[in-house]
Write a protein that binds this ligand. Structure first.
Ligand code: BGC
Length: 406
């Protein structure tokens, strides 16, 4: 048996279905021109035990999933005992299946009431989050790894879509103008500072509450974009890397671990982040195929956090070709093994994602180790699940264990 965690990740809104009281559900109904609907998603709200069994049977020993604030507190101040009990059953089911539960408290979605009341920038936001975290501690007491907030940097970036939604509501949205400069402009931006600062505050508040009442390790997961500088633009590179990810990594220096999430890499030029160039090798969601991103991101996380233990909480590829998923992941793991051989303390690897889930407005970008028929909800494990299980059975990733698992 190995202590190294080998598993896969999901988030509640992306797999559960009918997350009716969340901000995302509301915006999917209001802006069908921007978002495909999550609907029943994969019905994992009811089928989580089946999902977990597939992972455990394949040879994995960990599962990352989240608890959904919009279900636990559908109305401000009203805590649903039944929903807390539901998530406790999930934790118990994971433990019984032999999977170490890694639980995320907040993964992009918030209750619709929280959003309507001003979201993360409202003066009461931190207190509201604090009450939810306090309510959740009773089911998290023995969870070994707790992630307070998923990708605060990407969550802050998501808020940049708000003006577009407001313009659609007022009828002032110019679809052609937006389409012309939208992707270029979005690709070059950095997370808005005000929200980023709020999320850092929220994380510190949650950590304080959790440390006082639970025994598990507490951290958060930060998106690492594996930035690289173009020649002569090292200052701009350092500046962008700081606001995009390092300030969030610095905020975890006091944490028990850092959740590292990496998919791709981007260059930084004199203007800023260089958008991904169109290339047939790009993934289904348009990102450059860069399995080396994981090595770059984990080294940067170790460097900026002062070497706190790292847990890879997400890494994967949107592709319809499962052989390509295996090739990408195998290469990413080889880069991880190299970083570990250099002395970086890595406690586990959780692949994104367990299932072909709702990719925030899009059902086409399939990241899963398991395909799902969205009419019958039948699960169909892909060869990549069996492959990852074989890698897992060989313990910590090394070039030898990766070669042997093929
Ligand atoms: C998020 C996931 C998302 C994945 C792929 C991360 O940004 O945490 O929710 O599905 O990357 O885009």
């Amino acid at each position: 048996m190995t202590d190294f965690l080998w598993g896969a990740s999901t988030s509640p809104h992306q797999v559960e279905g009918n997350n009716l009281n969340s901000d995302w559900w509301a915006q999917e109904q209001a802006f069908p021109q921007l978002f495909e609907r999550s609907g029943d998603a994969l019905d994992s709200y009811h089928r989580y035990a089946e999902d977990m069994k597939l992972l455990a049977d394949a040879g994995l020993n960990a599962y990352r999933f989240g608890i959904e604030w919009a279900r636990i507190e559908p109305v401000e101040g009203h805590i649903s005992r039944a929903e807390l009990a539901h998530y406790r059953r999930m934790i118990d089911a994971a433990l019984e299946a032999g999977l170490t539960p890694v639980v995320t408290i907040q993964h992009f979605t918030v209750p619709a009431w929280f959003k309507r009341a001003g979201g993360w920038l409202a003066p009461e936001a931190i207190d509201r989050f604090r009450s939810f975290v306090a309510a959740s501690t009773e089911i998290l007491a023995d969870v070994p790894y707790i992630i307070t907030i998923n990708e605060p940097n990407v969550l802050a970036l998501m808020s940049l879509r708000e003006p577009m939604m407001r313009a659609i509501e007022d009828g002032t949205f110019d679809q052609n103008a937006a389409a012309a400069d939208h992707s270029e402009a979005l690709a070059r931006v950095v997370p808005p500072l005000a929200i980023g600062d709020r999320l850092i505050e929220a994380h510190a508040a949650a950590r304080e509450i959790l440390r006082a009442s639970v025994s598990g390790k507490v951290g958060w997961s930060v998106a690492g974009q594996a930035f690289q500088s173009t020649p002569g633009n090292e200052d701009r590179f350092a500046e962008i890397k700081y606001v995009w990810e390092d300030k969030f990594l610095e905020a975890s220096r006091e944490d028990d671990f850092i959740g590292v999430q990496a998919y791709t890499s981007q260059l930084i030029d004199a203007v800023g982040i260089v958008p991904h160039v169109e290339d047939p090798a790009n993934t289904l969601n348009g990102w450059a195929y860069r399995p080396d991103a994981l090595g770059i991101a984990v080294r940067n996380a170790a460097d900026v956090t002062g070497g706190i233990p790292a847990l890879i909480t997400e890494n994967g590829i949107a592709t319809a070709d499962d052989e390509r998923r295996i090739a990408y992941t195998s290469e990413a793991l080889a880069h991880l093994a190299e970083a570990m051989a250099e002395g970086i303390d890595v406690r586990g690897y959780l692949h994104w994602s367990a299932l072909d889930n709702y990719e925030w407005g899009d059902w086409e970008s399939t990241f899963g180790l398991i395909a799902v028929d969205r009419t019958t909800f039948a699960r169909h494990p892909k060869p990549s699940l069996g492959w990852l299980g074989r890698v897992a059975r060989r313990g910590v990733p090394t070039s030898e264990s990766l070669a042997a698992a093929r």
